[in-house]
Design a binder for this molecule. Structure first.
Ligand SMILES: Cc1cc2nc3c(=O)[nH]c(=O)nc-3n(C[C@H](O)[C@H](O)[C@H](O)COP(=O)(O)OP(=O)(O)OC[C@H]3O[C@@H](n4cnc5c(N)ncnc54)[C@H](O)[C@@H]3O)c2cc1C
Length: 405
């Protein structure tokens, strides 16, 4: 039997996240969409509250910060575990129902923490855990093909020296740490790519510019030049060994944690679109009868029901991927399926809701207009729609990346 209820122990978390989403995120949505690159100071107070709650154990993993490490939860009587991956996902869905741009710039969070949690050792977890961490993979010549990374890391005595360029780093300007992907030896291909933790105030890390964007304008997106960035050699995450087989999998494990979260963001935004559209349809006198077949309903009602079922399918896939992570089951396939489905469905729903709402949906007087711009990134970063489908196909067909590209 499928149990679709929120686990009781997370009800408080979801309720708190919803309140924050309503009172802080929704309230600041338009302001920080308009004031791109200005820091949403309301979030500082919120971060302090969340930190306090985390320490008290009330919110184990309300954002990406809590993902992937030991989840500290015990199995229930059915042998199931709902831990920090599920908690993070449920919290994120609520917060993104409020505003995904603001979620992406929450202090003490950041997708870089998922990278740290995926491969850090105990000592590194102590040093870096709980800090605001961005993730820098993309370069001018390496987007979807992350194996093409050119940023180099060279060991000099007790330090690695990093040189190269990183672009489109979410929260790169505001974070405390940046997890940088770099190669130890370009000749050895993907096996030599490792992740390194760089303090944001490292003098070699030079901010080149901040991007202006279609959506998520509350979130800063930074481009950097790495000019002799010196870091202690203990800041390499995972093993320094270049193992030809499986070497890339260390850094790639990050995505098993982050892709369900990005899928969750799309689910949150899409739910906001559906709820707002339902209100507008109600106001327009459109009746929706869930017991009646589509052909006896109005076109708007049957379109709405179809969108809701697509949304539910995306949500269930995403819950499954997070549940598998909490239960230590390999979830690469499900993480990519969830990201592909939720990214596409989120974008589709947002645009179809704008269409159903007509001019109301297109104008700045309604948040539907903003959500339709914000949601697109969720089908793009952490691997585009096409890349997720490629990964799913490789896994199902048992092909390597060299065999299917
Ligand atoms: C707002 C924003 C925030 C971002 N944040 C981060 C961040 O925090 N950290 C980070 O490292 N990166 C970040 N990125 C970068 C993002 O992850 C990349 O843009 C993404 O991976 C795609 O890379 P690309 O832009 O180089 O496109 P390309 O890889 O050049 O792709 C262009 C198109 O070709 C398609 N394509 C590429 N290869 C294939 C293939 N083999 N088969 C089929 N289709 C293919 C793609 O799907 C896409 O449609 C961010 C980007 C944006 C816009």
């Amino acid at each position: 039997m499928i149990n679709l209820e929120i686990p009781r122990k997370f009800e408080f978390l979801v309720g708190q996240a919803h309140q924050v989403a309503t009172e802080i995120f929704r309230a600041g949505s338009r302001k920080y969409d308009g004031a791109e690159h200005s820091y949403p100071k309301e979030l500082d107070m919120l971060a302090a509250v969340i930190e306090g709650m985390n320490e008290g154990g009330a919110l184990s993993g309300a954002g990406a910060g809590g993902v992937g490490g030991s989840n500290g939860s015990s199995k229930n009587e059915n042998g199931n575990r709902n831990g920090s991956n599920m908690a993070s996902l449920l919290g994120l869905i609520e917060l993104c129902w409020g505003d995904v741009g603001l979620l992406l710039t929450m202090p003490k969070q950041g997708l870089g923490q998922a990278a740290i949690a995926a491969v850090a050792n105990e000592e590194q977890l102590k040093r870096f855990g709980g800090k605001w961490a961005a993730m820098a993979i993309t370069e001018p010549e390496a987007g979807s093909d992350s194996a093409a990374i050119r940023t180099t890391a060279t060991l000099e005595g007790d330090e690695y020296v990093l040189n190269g360029e990183k672009i489109f780093v979410t929260a790169g300007d505001r974070a405390e740490l940046i997890v940088v992907w770099a190669t130890l030896d370009r000749k050895q291909g993907r096996a030599a790519i490792k992740s390194f933790v760089v303090e944001r105030d490292n003098p070699g890390l030079k901010l080149d510019r901040l991007e202006h964007k279609l959506g998520i304008r509350a979130s800063d997106t930074a481009n950097f030049v790495l000019d002799n960035v010196r870091i202690p050699k203990e800041n390499l995450l995972g093993s320094a060994e270049i193992a030809p087989k499986g070497g890339f999998s260390g850094v790639m494990q990050t995505f098993d944690n982050t892709r369900p979260l990005v899928a969750g963001m799309a689910i949150g935004v899409a739910r906001a679109c559906l709820e707002r559209t339902r209100e507008l349809l109600d106001e327009a006198g459109v009746e929706i009868d869930y017991d009646a077949p589509p052909h006896v309903q109005s076109a708007a009602a049957s379109e709405f029901i179809a969108m809701e079922s697509d949304w539910e399918a995306a949500r269930l896939l995403t819950l499954q991927a997070a549940w598998m992570a909490d239960n230590k089951k390999p979830n690469s396939l499900q993480a990519s399926m969830a990201k592909a489905k939720a990214g596409r469905v989120g974008t589709d729903i947002a645009l179809r809701c704008v269409a159903l709402a007509g001019a109301t949906g297109y104008g700045e007087g309604d948040l539907l207009e903003k959500w339709a711009r914000d949601v697109k990134i969720l089908d793009l970063f952490e691997g585009t729609q096409q890349i997720q489908l490629l990964i799913v196909a490789r896994q199902l067909l048992g092909k390597t990346s060299a065999e299917l590209k």
